[in-house]
Each structure stands twice: as structure tokens, then as C-alpha cells.
Design a protein around this ligand. Structure first.
Ligand code: HEC
Length: 246
């Protein structure tokens, strides 16, 4: 039995390492799915800064409004920028994939499930890892996703960080690599405010990838409570049945 468990975990380990993506250090997102205000702020940032290029097309506006406690009219007025979209529509996107691929070198992928594919820590780190690199088409590169096709769309909020190099020696040869970034001229937000904005955004993306997660977790507690009570009943029953035998 024990060997079986160890076997299962050793099989899962490489997968979780792969999901983390390379050997870049990832910061902890520490987002909280039960924080509705954070989810609402995240939705706002997503619709304002990301939805022009990225869809979340397995999700409907209506569902987001209901789950996040946003009244339908506020959702329509403030968070739906496609004039033809109706509240019940899927959150698709108007950019034709082939033109986008030409403009950015790669089409912006759908983000409904991105938090499940990449993990929240990866997303949190990625969105805080852009840095100035004049050799790239949009003048920015990314530590977590080298040579990414996406511009630093949150630069107005964060500012454009400068690269911080680390030199490592491999086989006697020195290699320089960008390992972190440093903001010299802030955007609209302080570093802490920017981290919080990204945390809210990542929170929204995690919700998006698994909208029933919250419900499932709270249901889980009831199931555990039921099992605990049931165990007591079963033990008492067992005692009752065996009393006459002994
Ligand atoms: C101007 C268009 C544009 C905007 C706006 C934009 N992105 Fe992107 N994004 C892209 C493109 C293009 C790629 C593909 C990059 C590549 O593969 O090199 C990408 C890739 C990504 C990826 C990597 C996905 C993966 O798993 O490969 C994430 C995550 C992401 N974007 C998140 C966001 C978030 C969050 C926002 C809003 C803050 C945003 N993007 C805004 C164009 C955009």
C-alpha cells in the first residue's frame, strides 16, 4: 500500500515541476478566491487591460457577473466593451487570430484556463517580470517567458523595469542572464500597489479556470463533517451489534 502511494507521488512529481515552467524563481501569488472584492478588481483589470487581445471564451459575462456579485447593468456599462455583446454571450474576442499572429509573432491565447495550465505563481511572476529590451519588437522582454510576443500592457501602472543581470560560470565560461528586474521610474502605482493589482488579476484568472472551485471546497467541509458524524454512528452500531456475541 505504502509503495503504491510513493509510486504515485514519484510519478506526479516531474509533472508538477514541468508545470512550474523551467528553473525561473516563482514568487507566491497568495491570492484568495474567497475575497470577492479582489475578484471584482481583477475582473475590472482584465476587461480593461487584457480583453482587447485575450478572450476567456469558455466563460459567459452573465456567469462572471453572478459569481462575483456584480449587478447585470453595472457589468454591461463598465465591463463589457464589445458593443454587440449581450450579457449571456461567451467572452470571445474580435481579434482575428491570423492577423494577431502577424502583429505579435504569436496569437494571444485564450486565458480561460491559463491559471490551471501555468499555475497562479507563474502568472503572478510573469506579469511582474517584463523589462526594457530595445532589441525586441515592443521594446520589452520577460524573465519568466523569454522573447514573449506580448507587449508590457501594464507599463502605465508599473513603469518599465530595467533588467538585473547575474553572471554564472558554466564549464569555465561566463554567462550573463537577466534573473530579475528593477523599476527605476514608477508608473501610476507604487511597487506594492502594482503587486496587489496583479494579485487580484491572477485571482480572477484562477476563478475563471474553475468557477465552481469555491462551491466545491465549501461542499467538501460538509462531506467531511458528514463522514465524521457517520463514523461515530457506525462505531456505536458496531458496539451494539457485538455486545451480545462477546
Ligand atoms: C496587445 C495585445 C495583448 C494584450 C492587451 C495582452 N496580451 Fe497577453 N499575450 C499577447 C500575445 C501576442 C501573447 C502570446 C505571446 C507569445 O506566445 O509569444 C500573450 C501571452 C500571454 C500569456 C502567456 C500564455 C501562455 O500560457 O503562453 C499570458 C498569461 C498573458 N498573455 C496574460 C495577459 C494578461 C493578464 C493581460 C492583461 C493584463 C494581457 N495578457 C494583455 C498579447 C496581449
Amino acid at each position: 500500500m505504502k509503495k503504491w502511494i510513493v509510486g504515485l507521488f514519484s510519478f506526479m512529481l516531474p509533472l508538477s515541476v514541468m508545470a512550474a515552467g523551467g528553473n525561473v524563481h516563482l514568487d507566491k501569488a497568495n491570492n484568495d478566491l474567497t475575497d470577492q472584492a479582489s475578484l471584482q478588481r481583477g475582473a475590472k483589470t482584465f476587461m480593461n487591460y487584457c480583453s482587447a487581445c485575450h478572450s476567456t471564451q469558455y466563460q459567459r459575462y452573465q456567469r462572471v457577473a453572478t459569481d462575483l456579485g456584480i449587478p447585470d447593468d453595472l457589468m454591461k456599462e463598465n465591463l463589457m466593451f464589445d458593443p454587440k455583446a449581450k450579457i449571456g454571450d461567451l467572452m470571445t474576442n474580435a481579434i482575428p487570430a491570423d492577423s494577431a499572429a502577424k502583429w505579435f509573432g504569436a496569437p494571444p491565447p485564450d486565458l480561460t484556463l491559463v491559471a490551471r495550465v501555468r499555475g497562479v505563481d507563474w502568472l503572478y511572476t510573469y506579469l511582474r517580470s517584463f523589462y526594457a529590451d530595445p532589441s525586441r519588437p515592443f521594446g520589452v522582454n520577460n524573465v519568466t517567458f523569454p522573447n514573449v510576443g506580448m507587449p508590457h500592457v501594464l507599463e502605465g501602472l508599473q513603469g518599465i523595469p530595467q533588467p538585473v543581470y547575474t553572471t554564472t560560470t558554466v564549464d569555465g565560461k561566463e554567462h550573463q542572464a537577466v534573473t530579475s528586474t528593477k523599476v527605476e521610474k514608477l508608473g501610476e502605482l507604487t511597487a506594492e500597489e502594482y503587486d496587489n493589482t496583479v494579485r487580484d488579476l491572477v485571482n480572477f484568472l484562477e476563478y475563471s479556470g474553475d468557477p465552481v472551485k469555491l462551491e466545491r471546497h465549501s461542499l467538501g467541509w460538509w462531506v467531511m463533517a458528514f463522514l465524521a458524524i457517520f463514523t461515530v454512528i457506525v462505531v456505536l452500531l458496531k458496539k451494539e451489534y457485538w455486545r451480545d456475541v462477546h
